[in-house]
Write a protein that binds this ligand. Structure first.
Ligand SMILES: *Cc1c(COP(=O)(O)O)cnc(C)c1O
Length: 245
């Protein structure tokens, strides 16, 4: 059993260090604990230890855990198919993974239907990797403006990015810098439905570098909960489906 509480303290300390090293305050960096594959019991331990925000990357996992978890803010951080927006529109507080006007349009429609405004981030794929979702740095402005023009029930709160996997953590810095520069540029747009507050960059392997580049929201999973065991996770899911759990 991983010591979630101890890991959390270590992560918080590293966040503080990284922030202070560049003249910022660790308290200004929001820690989103990424709880994919984790059980409600594990997630509740993290919440008891002070976690206020959790992130999931699959609609199904949000649905499965939603009613078993103590009050917390929910972040949808993974690729979202338009036909699944309806399942989470009343559950999550922010969607980090908006990368098309089609998806934004569906979020807008569903948000209106439940009488709310949805906070979103536009996802950028800074290295233009095939395996990752998101628009390029250059396309981000067009998508932001298209959403502002067409989606009255969406508020754009900033940008999100997943850096490429590299051998040396520092090699991601230029990608983070490029996203931060775009963030600063778009934050100047004056519009009632644009209120930049979050630059969501940094995971277990690179959050100190992301903070150095200006991130103020880090999405950290394995450094808190331990390495994910997908084989075991699938087995448990199967067992649950068959009624053996
Ligand atoms: C899984 C995931 C994370 C967290 O990854 P770790 O390496 O476990 O910290 C962050 N962001 C996204 C989009 C993820 O899917």
């Amino acid at each position: 059993m991983e010591d979630i509480k101890k890991n959390l303290e270590a992560v918080r300390e590293k966040i503080d260090e990284a922030a202070e090293a560049c003249g910022r305050n660790g308290e200004d960096v929001l820690l989103v604990a990424v709880s994919k594959t984790r059980t409600p019991e594990e997630i509740n331990i993290a919440i008891d230890a002070g976690v206020t925000d959790i992130g999931e990357n699959k609609v199904q996992e949000i649905m499965d855990k939603y009613y078993s978890i103590k009050p917390v803010r929910w972040h949808m951080i993974g690729h979202l198919q338009t036909n699944k927006v309806k399942y989470i529109i009343d559950k999550v507080d922010m969607i980090h993974s908006v990368d098309s006007i089609k998806l934004a349009g569906e979020i807008d429609r569903r948000a209106k239907a439940v009488g709310r405004t949805m906070d979103i981030l536009v996802q950028i794929n800074p290295a233009q990797e095939e395996s990752k979702f998101g628009v390029s740095v250059d396309q981000a402005g067009d998508l932001v403006r298209e959403i502002l023009e067409n989606c009255e029930n969406i508020r754009i709160r900033g940008l999100m990015s997943v850096a490429p996997i590299v051998e040396n953590m520092r090699d991601v810095k230029p990608y983070f810098d490029a996203v931060k520069a775009k963030y600063d540029e778009l934050a100047c747009i004056e519009h009632p439905r644009l209120d930049f507050r979050y630059l969501s960059m940094g995971m277990s392997g690179d959050y100190p570098v992301a903070i150095e580049a200006g991130s103020n929201l880090v999405r950290v999973g394995s450094a808190i909960f331990g390495e994910r065991d997908y084989a075991q996770f699938r087995k448990d899911q199967e067992a649950k489906k068959n009624g053996n759990a």
